[in-house]
Design a protein around this ligand. Sequence first.
Ligand code: GTP
Ligand code: MG
Length: 455
Amino acid sequence: MAEENKNLRTPIVCVMGHVDHGKTTLLDQIRGTAIVKGEAGAITQHIGATEVPIDVIVEKCGDKRLADKFIVPGLLFIDTPGHHAFTTLRSRGGSLADLAIVVVDINEGFKPQTIESLNILKRFKTPFIVVTNKIDRILNWKSHPGESFLSTYKKQTPEVQGIFEQKFYDVIGHLYEQGFSADRFDRVTDFQKTLGVVPISGLTGEGIPDVLMVLLGLAQRFLESSLHYDVNGPGVGTVLEVKEEKGLGTTVDVILYDGSLQKGDTIVIGCLGEPIVTKVRALLKPRELSEIRYESKFQPIPKVTAAAGVKISAPDIGDALAGAPVIQATPETLDEVIEKVKSEIDDVQIQTDTDGVMIKADTIGSLEAMVHEFKKADVMIQKAEVGDITKRDIMEASTINDPMHSVILAFNVKVNPDAEELMEQKVAHNVKIFKNDVIYRILEEYQDFVKEQEE
Ligand code: GTP
Ligand code: MG
């Protein structure tokens, strides 16, 4: 690593894509081959993330002379399941992810969550690559585990190459329809103009060296200025998940993207009411697999430095919100930090109209994404909130006379049992709920409903 750039933090890479297209397998492969190569110690498991240091990446890419060319210390891959990770990973109204990988099953092609992922990335202007996964499933494909794509491709028969080309250019065509000029990664000269697409198999590891290489290239080119940070500055992060853990009570899984955090530090965490002010009781990381003799899955650590995933155990954090900021404070900065956390949450309490529909979503980030998409489609919004659908929500919606507005649009949330009960009663006969786990599907369903009403 070049000396003068030691203070660049590890870029955060979010893996996105449709269910079952192979996000987790890709990350397992990146982790796994390194372990096979006897470098297990070099890969750091974080809470909700995996860190791959630059040396390991360069080693995998096969050319050691590259080591000095790269200025980032490695890559931190976020592997939260499902495609919601990205919107949860918000920070300062933008996205926490520096880079992203969109995984597409080459045999299945584009799916709703593929399109959703692309929409989100477009909106945040996040540099990303697409991988077309599962090339090993192409009829008669001969796998060459761990090889670069071009190397394995050249060893296929012309027939197999032909089938591959057809499927691959189908994906390129779909990307074009979504407004992206895209091409196979090795034919891209300017990654700022053209989206790089890497064919891979998460299962056999074919194409993985290329993925790492292209990601590093993107990090170098687009991120250098945004990766400077202060190792000794206050810890700043985002809540990925709020979780009950046996023996620990409520914990928050946090991705720290700036500064550092220590046991005993005072932290401020965003929630729907007044921000939570508490003290870090323990910082925890996953225990290495070789240490399973311990009862707890977690191991306490005294300090973490960005970028990192860490589990925080602290009193009174039950109301913490996924997607909310976590900022370290000192007695001198406490008031200022509370204000900062509050204003970040308030920004999300979204500009609403005097008349319109009600929106409910599971996290701050998904709520923001929803409001954005609906406003773009000129849907009026009276209320937008994080949380499950309550009896009160149904009551409120039932008092609205306009049938287009006595509507609750729900993303990834549940209907509480008492709310469900109320829905069956006469007072709520006018209330409609549209629920889905793909935002634009909710929008489509609602627009169809509006059309029906107008007819
Ligand atoms: P969710 O987290 O549920 O959204 O799925 P995911 O995107 O993480 O997919 P996952 O990695 O769990 O893979 C889904 C299935 O596809 C598993 O059975 C994998 O073994 C299989 N799979 C993933 N990648 C490949 C691949 O490259 N080749 C083949 N043949 N199978 C694959
Ligand atoms: Mg998964």
